[in-house]
Ligand binder design. Structure first.
Ligand SMILES: Nc1ncnc2c1ncn2[C@@H]1O[C@H](COP(=O)(O)OP(=O)(O)OP(=O)(O)O)[C@@H](O)[C@H]1O
Length: 297
């Protein structure tokens, strides 16, 4: 416990702890009295619709914007201890900025020179799976290749907290899959924590250990992925069971051909649902759509 921040968690097994977090822009409340903890050694997906407050939450953690409330990142307050924090945190913004004139090899030299935890060999391993060559200049690269370079540079930094804001925007599906696989196999270990925001939920769900849904500046679901599977069930309901199923108050339902309906239940024991039809654990995308219903109403 930290005397100045009585209720945020500053123990070493919690990487990020936020309480009463609030950020208001001129006409918009982007974070609305929200709270969450992110433990060490997790891969957390921060998922939300456009404008939900994801980037704002990340910027607050990284000390890039002023905000109200309490926040501890690796035991530090990002507003007053940003420089120290940046020694241990690595951040990939959704807009990768690299000077157009720089060569790939020069970019590597530059990061090696400024970052003590940069591992050149690891960076080169990441680049080996791309078409990037050491002598190429950024202005000769396609958009996706620039992102590949940026990711290789950042993933070669041994940081305790890696923050990825839409890391695979503009990348083709082959590279996206490879990137997430590498992130899991080559980067992640139990001492590191990765926080990812993305709209491509299906691509990350298999690597996440935890998920947070954010809506209108509030965390509306914060759960381990295993617990999601225990709490939520999707049922392919037969037509003759539809009324019985509705009586159990599904979170959402959608029709399929031949009179079948898929219903999503929260907290109803699976044993009770099997008599209504085939049951399965919902994908994160379906759970997200059900939870966010009415967002654009
Ligand atoms: N600099 C700013 N000035 C004014 N309003 C802002 C500013 N930055 C963000 N906002 C507003 O705050 C809200 C949250 O924005 P934020 O960028 O955090 O959303 P997001 O969840 O990252 O969205 P997206 O998925 O579209 O990237 C939005 O309504 C946005 O218009």
């Amino acid at each position: 416990m930290n005397a100045a921040n009585p209720s945020v968690s500053t123990t070493s097994d919690v990487v990020v702890s936020a309480r009463n977090l609030r950020k208001a822009y001129k006409n918009k409340v982007a974070l609305d009295d929200t709270a969450f903890d992110i433990p060490t050694g997790r891969i957390v997906g921060l998922i939300g619709p456009n404008g939900a407050g994801k980037t704002t939450a990340l910027k607050a953690m990284l000390g890039l914007i002023p905000f109200e409330g309490r926040m501890s990142v690796l035991g530090r307050d990002p507003r007053t201890e940003r420089d120290e924090l940046m020694q241990e945190v690595c951040f990939i913004a959704d807009v990768a900025v690299l000077p157009r004139w720089i060569r790939v090899e020069e970019a590597i030299e530059f990061v090696a020179g400024v970052h003590p935890r940069f591992d050149r060999a690891r960076c080169q391993r990441f680049l080996a799976g791309t078409q990037l060559k050491p002598r190429m200049r950024v202005r000769e690269l396609s958009k996706g290749m620039i992102v590949q370079l940026h990711l290789a540079l950042v993933m070669a930094i041994d940081a305790r907290l890696l923050v990825l804001d839409e890391p695979t925007l503009g990348l083709d599906i082959l590279y996206r899959k490879q990137f997430y696989q590498r992130l899991l196999e080559d980067y992640f270990d139990e001492n590191k924590t990765i926080l990812i925001t993305t709209h491509q939920v299906e691509e990350v769900e298999h690597i996440l250990t935890d998920v947070m849904f954010i809506r209108d500046g509030k965390i509306v679901l914060n759960s381990e992925m295993d617990a999601v599977g225990e709490r939520f069930t999707e049922v392919l309901v037969n037509a003759d069971q539809a009324d019985n199923a509705r009586a159990l108050k599904p979170l959402d339902e959608r029709s399929l051909p031949f009179g079948k309906t898929v219903m999503l239940f929260d907290g109803v024991p699976r044993g009770q649902l099997t008599q209504l039809g085939e049951t399965r654990t919902p994908g994160l995308a379906d759970l997200f759509v059900a939870t966010m219903k009415g967002t654009y109403a």
